[in-house]
Design a protein around this ligand. Structure first.
Ligand SMILES: Nc1ncnc2c1ncn2[C@@H]1O[C@H](COP(=O)(O)OP(=O)(O)OP(=O)(O)O)[C@@H](O)[C@H]1O
Length: 263
């Protein structure tokens, strides 16, 4: 049984032979991938290599080997990396912030880092904060916010420049169910015009917001397809044991492990 289907779209990101190492650990092993407009869920067990992929795409880590193109530019080139940074938004798993900054100051600071025109920054900051439902706290200091609110500030700073590529590393961790529902609606909206890559352990995020799924396992690509195709893989199992996407995830992982691929 083949568990691989055609990716939904192609274009914004092209990765070939991507290898990422952390000292002796090979986090990604000669991976080929492409992503275009839409919301792409990145799934995989702990330590699979999802963060390593996102960090390379966000230009904060350099690969050991391989080629990475964003918007047609090769990230091996310093000028292309700088240009890519202006066009992407990135929410790391643990994002650093200055506790004494207000929400407005912090999001404006990120807009400045992204070299946005100064006269457009004020409105862009307010719009980004509104998108994450924090307008009433825009002048509150970050140290006064709850964990879930801080996560929303992290999302606001990632979208302030209306990025063509949005990279989100476990963005729904710490959000309550109502916020997650709202956040998935925001993801769908952003994915209409941009490429959104979202790493998550929550299959509900994938089912509700993603147009495509990529499953990473031990540094290799175990599965690519639509959420519906992944769910279909799980339909044959015991219907009482989790939902169809969770079972499809397990089926795809086991099939991949059976091939002996990965580190
Ligand atoms: N800074 C580091 N130093 C050494 N090894 C690392 C480092 N960062 C990641 N690794 C290793 O690289 C591999 C891939 O890690 P990565 O964080 O990319 O996985 P992940 O899929 O994002 O995991 P999780 O779901 O737990 O966040 C793992 O074996 C991890 O232990």
């Amino acid at each position: 049984m083949s568990t691989t289907t055609t990716p939904v779209t192609a274009g914004t990101i092209r990765v070939s032979g991507l290898t990422v190492r952390h000292r002796r650990v090979t986090a990604l092993d000669a991976v080929d991938l492409d992503f275009g407009t839409g919301v792409h869920g990145l799934l995989g067990p702990n330590g699979a290599g999802k963060t390593s992929l996102i960090r390379v795409l966000a230009t904060v880590a350099r690969p050991a080997a391989g080629r990475v193109e964003l918007f047609g530019g090769d990230l091996g080139d310093a000028r292309e990396r700088r240009s890519a940074r202006r066009q992407l938004g990135y929410l790391p798993q643990d994002f650093g912030y200055y506790p004494g900054f207000t929400v407005r100051e912090f999001v404006a600071y990120v807009a400045w880092l992204k070299e946005m025109p100064a006269d457009a920054t004020g409105a862009a900051v307010e719009q980004a904060v509104e998108r994450v439902g924090l307008t009433d706290r825009i002048d509150a200091k970050l140290k006064s916010l709850s964990g879930g609110m801080l996560r929303r500030v992290g999302i606001a700073q990632a979208v302030v420049n209306n990025p063509r590529l949005l990279l989100l590393d476990e963005p729904t961790a710490g959000l309550d169910p109502e916020q997650r529902v709202e956040f998935r609606a925001l993801l769908r909206e952003l994915g209409e015009a941009s490429t959104v890559l979202v790493s998550t352990h929550l299959v509900e995020d994938v089912a509700a917001a993603c147009t495509g799924v990529t499953l990473i396992e031990r540094g290799t690509v175990a599965y690519r397809g639509t959420p519906a195709a992944l769910a279909a893989l799980g339909r044959d199992g015991d219907e009482t044991d989790g939902n169809a996407i969770e079972r499809g995830y397990t089926t795809a992982l086991r099939a991949h492990r059976g091939t002996g691929a990965g580190r």
